[in-house]
Design a protein around this ligand. Structure first.
Ligand code: SF4
Length: 348
């Protein structure tokens, strides 16, 4: 999603004269678009700013903006700690970036723009053509999360769940295809929680995929990341009916321990039950086993009070699940299992 956001930030600043450069030393403005998910994300931002300071030691200082989830989480604290930063801009406020740059050029004021203005953001972005011309492109359809797993910053940094209007998504997909995209990956923190209602009609992720499947010059469709709770019949059927939809499902198991899933405030029960959501779809022949593959991610982490031995248990159980211990997952023929180590973090 950060790649999508970075491309849109570029679309926003181009009209006021800023173009991308690979040469840091010639930059007038340095925008660091950040992600808060991984460990030490905040410290990495200060480290990067340190590199810019060094680069510009004897030159005119560039405008420095920190955007994205670290900016949202740290906001004022970041401006106070590192005076070299001109503005912090949250992931739901970056549509204001050109006016923020204009203000800084004139007044050099420090700006904290970390409101959750997600509707306004997408309304502004809709007015601007998506100029991304990569063969494979990302397209955000949904943002935010209402599920509040204890270990996760997303509900605090991206805000509540929001689904973009169906027609805006299709229109942006057509722009990307006209630019040369052959593959589109639909993005959302809970992409299959997508739900948009207009008059008497309502739209789900499956409706978007059916519509994209009919677009002539598009070859492949993907989506990420799905939540087990929101895997519905129509989503399973779309895998059967849309030949352009890649037969891959990302399965965020999170943990193999009921105790840890409960401590995580995870919204499905045990991992076995999570697996069954998908396996049921497979076993019932509603969809061919060979047609759907799965990637499995396990977060060996939990609430800070959990002991590392408990997390050792998570990883051990997870391995059992992905190998042979659980029929549900075994039937899905998972090809990739991503294990993350335990990390304790302070929530914003
Ligand atoms: S469902 Fe996913 S995005 Fe939402 S809080 Fe849990 S881990 Fe974070």
């Amino acid at each position: 999603m950060n790649e999508y956001d970075s491309n849109r930030i570029l679309d926003l600043v181009k009209p006021i004269g800023y173009l991308p450069t690979k040469n840091i030393s010639e930059a007038d403005c340095y925008i660091l678009n950040t992600c808060h998910i991984r460990e030490k994300a905040t410290e990495k931002v200060y480290h990067d700013i340190g590199r810019v300071k060094k680069e510009f030691r004897n030159k005119k200082k560039p405008i420095v903006l920190v955007t994205g989830c670290v900016a949202q989480a740290e906001n004022e604290e970041m401006l106070n700690r590192e005076k070299y930063i001109n503005a912090v801009v949250g992931p739901q406020s970056y549509h204001q970036i050109s006016s923020i740059l204009n203000r800084i050029e004139k007044t050099e004021e420090k700006i904290n723009s970390t409101e959750f203005e997600v509707i306004e953001k997408f309304d502004s972005l809709n007015e601007l053509k998506n100029s991304n011309s990569k063969t494979s492109s990302f397209l955000t359809i949904q943002e935010g999360c209402d599920k509040f797993c204890h270990f996760c910053v997303v509900p605090y940094t991206r805000g509540p769940e929001y689904s973009r209007p169906f027609s805006d998504i299709i229109s942006e997909a057509k722009q990307l295809i006209n630019n040369g995209s052959k593959e589109i990956t639909l993005l959302g923190q809970n992409v299959n929680a997508y739900y948009f209602q207009e008059q008497n009609k309502h739209f789900k992720l499956s409706d978007i995929i059916y519509e994209l499947n009919n677009l002539k010059d598009l070859i492949r469709i993907r989506y990420t990341t799905s939540h087990p709770k929101d895997v519905t019949e129509d989503l399973i059927n779309v895998h059967k009916n849309c030949e352009k939809l890649m037969p891959i499902l990302h399965l965020p198991v999170q943990s193999g321990s009921k105790k840890i899933l409960s401590a995580m405030n995870s919204h499905t029960n045990a991992a076995t039950e999570r697996g069954e959501v998908y396996a049921e779809s497979n076993d019932s022949s509603r969809i061919s086993v060979t047609r759907l593959d799965a990637t499995i991610s396990v977060f060996g982490m939990g609430a800070c009070r959990l002991r590392s031995t408990a997390n050792g248990h998570v990883v051990a159980r997870s391995r059992a699940i992905s190998n042979a211990g659980n029929n549900a997952l075994r039937n899905l023929c998972g090809t990739l299992c991503v294990l993350f180590a335990f990390l304790a973090r302070r929530l914003p």
